[in-house]
Design a binder for this molecule. Structure first.
Ligand code: FMN
Length: 516
């Protein structure tokens, strides 16, 4: 079982770290003439347009990201409107910008480089208005395209070793990553971006599903080759990342798994030529699960019992906004207005209550097969606070068990934060920077190389929830990349032995001057 030989994940992680030197010695440049297409296009398959004027749930964004669906009994079957709403508010186009040399489309969820390398597919039973099949979703024309006709949920359930949600869902969304579309700019680091960018979308997907009254969950344990074959992927170029069963049906038994012949469907080439990064293919191969038995064993591995942390004398309890104080903007309104902040106002402050609301709502636990017991979390949050009213500037650890911050060192660290965020002004000008760090050794020990996918994906989803909680409060945020080892050094000795996984800067956007 290759998944257990975790040298592969370490090699990939260490080999794709950013450092002051690596950034300066990398000769890579973006070949604009060879820029990849941002959509996967099947030229020979008729589009099935989805309703674009989907009804909005109106459910408050903060509640949608933090309150699980409580479905005690009964079925929850998504309607075509529900499915369209979930797809559109996860990856749909929300903004168009026109530049002198062309136009760019921005989507519902943030994405490194706005390169949108994650594709969505749907495997469904017969739903009202949609016949059973395997579909690709194209956000460009808001349409589905039928790749295989018939009910293939039995194949998915088998690939996921009868995982409960996957075996009882009327429809499952499958997220895939397309290497080249992101590697054109980020080279081998794209495999990390798969987790971040997919996680961003998952935050939206889970929230909009919950707001639609439909349970949804992230399933990371599945036989890779079976799911890739079902979607007819060329797995040197595009691979399945996770399954998201939507809704629940008591209908049984599930249809038996079917034969899935290769389809060889034509798609428009992304670029004139593509570069393959062996480090990513090796990481994918080494983290693949090969049989249903391996999936079951992977899923059932229990966490090591870690000793409870000692409460710090200086613990500062979060003080989130009360229910009455919380903005009630709906999840759809917030997703539509979100857009990463390009410049923060360095003179602005945010209140501790607002920061507390972001941290509290974003870390209530994700529904995922790898997060057991429910509520578990792989990433730890570390903060550099610059200008938070009621919180001394300094470095903090977020003690999730006690919902409190522990002061690691007091001081003004704008210059350090700017450096850690790859010398970008954004992390220096923000009100607070939130770093996600993880005990990668422990995670790989438990989950093998696939733990690497899990930790990146979870970080992206927590980051996505932080984006939503931030924009609900009309503040601004942006994901950022970072100098890996310097981040650990900054937060040590507390962070010793951990690895840097993710960074989000939060603050007040600087208002642009109106055009003259
Ligand atoms: C994980 C992650 C990392 C990012 N890193 C950077 C960064 O280092 N610098 C930057 O200016 N923007 C960064 N961004 C912001 C993206 O460029 C932005 O999401 C993308 O252009 C899409 O725009 P939108 O978020 O406004 O929809 C990052 C976004 C994500 C999700």
């Amino acid at each position: 079982m290759k998944n257990r030989d975790t040298d592969a994940a370490w090699q990939y992680h260490d080999g794709t770290k950013h450092s002051y030197l690596s950034i300066r010695t990398n000769p890579h440049f973006m070949d604009w003439a060879n820029r990849p297409l941002l959509f996967k296009i099947y030229p020979k398959i008729e589009p099935i347009p989805l309703p674009q004027d989907v009804s909005q749930t109106g459910v408050s964004a903060l509640s949608a990201i933090s309150t699980p669906v409580n479905l005690l009994r009964g079925d929850a079957i998504p309607s075509l409107q529900d499915l369209a709403r979930i797809l559109i508010f996860s990856v749909g186009i929300t903004k168009k910008r026109v530049y002198p040399d062309g136009e760019n489309y921005f989507r519902a969820a943030a994405c490194t480089g706005a390169l949108y390398e994650i594709e969505l597919y749907v495997v469904t039973s017969d739903l009202p208005g949609l016949e059973a099949g395997v579909y690709h979703f194209n956000p460009g024309d808001v349409s589905l395209r039928l790749l295989r006709k018939g009910d293939f949920r039995g194949n998915l359930a088998r690939a996921a070793a009868m995982e409960h949600a996957a075996a009882h869902a009327p429809a499952t969304i499958i997220c895939t990553g397309t290497y080249w579309r992101n590697a054109w700019k980020y080279q081998a680091r794209t495999y990390r971006h798969f987790g971040w960018d997919n996680g961003m979308q998952l935050a939206n997907m889970l929230a909009v599903s919950a707001a639609s009254g439909l349970p949804a969950e992230i399933v990371l344990g599945f036989v890779d080759a079976e799911v890739n074959r079902l979607l007819d992927l060329d797995s040197r170029r595009e691979v399945s990342l996770c399954l998201v069963p939507i809704g629940r049906t008591s209908e049984s038994p599930l249809p038996a798994a079917k034969e899935i012949p290769a389809l060889g469907l034509e798609t428009i080439p992304l670029s004139r030529s593509q570069v393959e990064y062996p480090a990513m293919l090796q990481m994918q191969e080494a983290s693949s699960l090969e049989t249903a038995e391996e999936v079951r064993e992977w899923r059932d591995r229990q966490p090591e019992h870690s000793p409870p942390s000692v409460p710090s004398a200086a613990a500062i309890r979060l003080r989130p906004l009360t229910d009455e104080e919380q903005p009630k903007d709906s999840i759809e309104q917030v997703i539509l207005r979100r857009g990463s902040t390009r410049r923060f106002d360095r003179k602005a402050t945010i209140t501790f209550a607002r920061l507390s609301t972001i941290l509290d709502c974003a870390t209530r636990g994700l529904p995922a097969d790898f997060l057991q017991p429910p509520g578990a979390q792989l990433n730890d949050l570390y903060l550099i606070a610059h200008s938070v009213e009621g919180l001394a500037p300094g470095a903090y650890f977020f003690d999730r068990a006690r919902n409190s911050l522990e002061l690691l060192k007091e001081g003004k660290f704008r210059a350090e934060a700017g450096y850690l965020g790859l010398q970008q002004e954004l992390s220096a000008d923000a009100c607070v920077d939130v770093f996600l760090l993880a005990d990668l050794s422990g995670i790989l020990e438990r989950f093998g190389n696939r733990g690497y996918r899990a930790v990146q994906l979870e970080a992206g989803a927590i980051g996505g929830r932080m984006y939503i909680a931030t924009y609900t409060q009309r503040l601004g945020a942006t994901g950022l990349t970072f100098f890996d080892d310097d981040v650990i050094h900054f937060f040590s000795p507390h962070a010793e032995g951990k690895s840097a996984i993710f960074l989000l800067a939060i603050g007040v956007p600087l208002k642009r001057n109106p055009p003259q």
